[in-house]
Design a protein around this ligand. Structure first.
Ligand code: NAP
Length: 303
């Protein structure tokens, strides 16, 4: 099977490259046409109308994995057209090209399509009311995939991090060297999810149920606030010898944190549909954190 992997240098794309190799021949594509190791690969700029559709037509894959997104949640408030272009319009073009080519599309979306507080984690069919540009553009992308008529699998995930790339964990480790004290939001809860787990899950879903279409929530089990996540990161990093000291953590409400984009207070996603349909469940977020810190400690990846 020929697999076109879009966004092969992002957090998730990098992990998908490895995880999906057993499924077929993976053809990576990036914005720059270069892989993280500087090897050449296919190129498509989602900001350019028609570019990703042309790549699908040229490569004729049977499966497309779309790990591309405008993920800078606050910056999206300043460049809504670009966010919408990458997260929605290009996705609509991609889905149409997949339908024409008969290719199956795996697409990723976000907890930020939801808003407010619930008494339980969000389910796939709960009403979506995104609060900010990023969530609105990602929701428009989801809808475009569903409306396109292409065979698809949409995974909504949250709080993604890895040993590489830009994420909360790496920022927290970097700030540990610079700050005595950190103020971290303690009234937003979610499910920190390692990109590697999400990639493995994708491969297992494709291998086990290749013809099933739909939308599933896919995050690590359990939940925590950003403040609890930071605290766990520093505990693990100290234990692994990645840090010699950790900053003092002060829990603050979101109202005291200067962010351009509003974020949902409750980002917990209910993954019982994933378990019922595929028999798959990601472990507790603390297990994932332990693994990623272990990976950093082993590789001594600079943060
Ligand atoms: N990160 C999270 O916390 C989170 C949470 C919920 C859902 N998600 C979803 O999970 C998926 C994967 O996210 P991630 O964390 O892996 O994001 P990421 O690390 O930011 O990767 C995004 C990828 O998109 C590429 N990209 C951005 N603009 C592009 C353009 N104009 N043309 C082509 N490629 C472009 C980036 O390339 P460059 O690096 O070259 O710019 C990068 O490879 C996305 O659908 C995201 O919305 C992520």
């Amino acid at each position: 099977m020929k697999i076109l992997l879009l966004g092969a240098d992002g957090q998730l794309g990098y992990e998908l490259h490895r995880a999906c190799a057993p499924l077929g021949q993976v053809l990576p594509s990036t914005f720059s046409g270069l892989m993280p190791g500087r090897q050449r690969c296919a190129q498509a700029d989602f900001a350019q109308p028609g570019a990703v559709a042309a790549l699908v037509r040229a490569q004729k894959p049977q499966l497309v994995l779309n790990a591309v997104a405008h993920t800078a949640v606050d910056r999206a408030e300043d460049e809504p057209e670009l966010a919408h272009r990458i997260n929605a319009e290009a996705v609509a073009e991609l889905a149409a090209a997949c339908r024409e080519a008969g290719a199956r599309l795996v697409h990723y979306s976000t907890d930020y399509v939801f808003a407010g507080v619930t008494d339980r984690p969000w389910r796939e069919d709960d009403p979506t009311t995104p609060l900010a540009v990023y969530g609105k553009s990602k929701l428009a992308g989801e809808i475009a995939v569903r409306d396109s008529g292409c065979r698809h699998l949409i995974l909504r995930t949250a709080w993604v991090y890895a040993a590489r790339g830009q994420n909360f964990l790496r920022t927290a480790l970097r700030l540990a060297a610079e700050r005595e004290e950190l103020r971290i939001v303690n009234d937003q809860v979610g499910c920190p999810t390692p990109a590697r787990w999400l990639a493995s899950l994708t491969a297992l879903m494709l291998a086990s149920e290749p013809e099933r279409d739909g939308t599933w929530h896919a995050v690590a089990s359990g939940a925590c606030s950003w403040h609890e996540f930071a605290s766990a990161i520093y505990s693990e990093a100290l234990a692994a010898g990645l840090l010699e000291r950790a900053p003092r953590l002060i829990g603050i409400p979101s109202s005291e944190y200067p962010a351009k984009a509003r974020r949902p207070a409750d980002s917990r996603l209910d993954c019982s549909k994933l378990e019922a349909d595929f028999g798959l469940r990601l472990p507790d977020w603390r297990v994932g954190l332990h693994e990623v810190i272990g990976e950093l400690a082993e590789a001594r990846v600079p943060v």
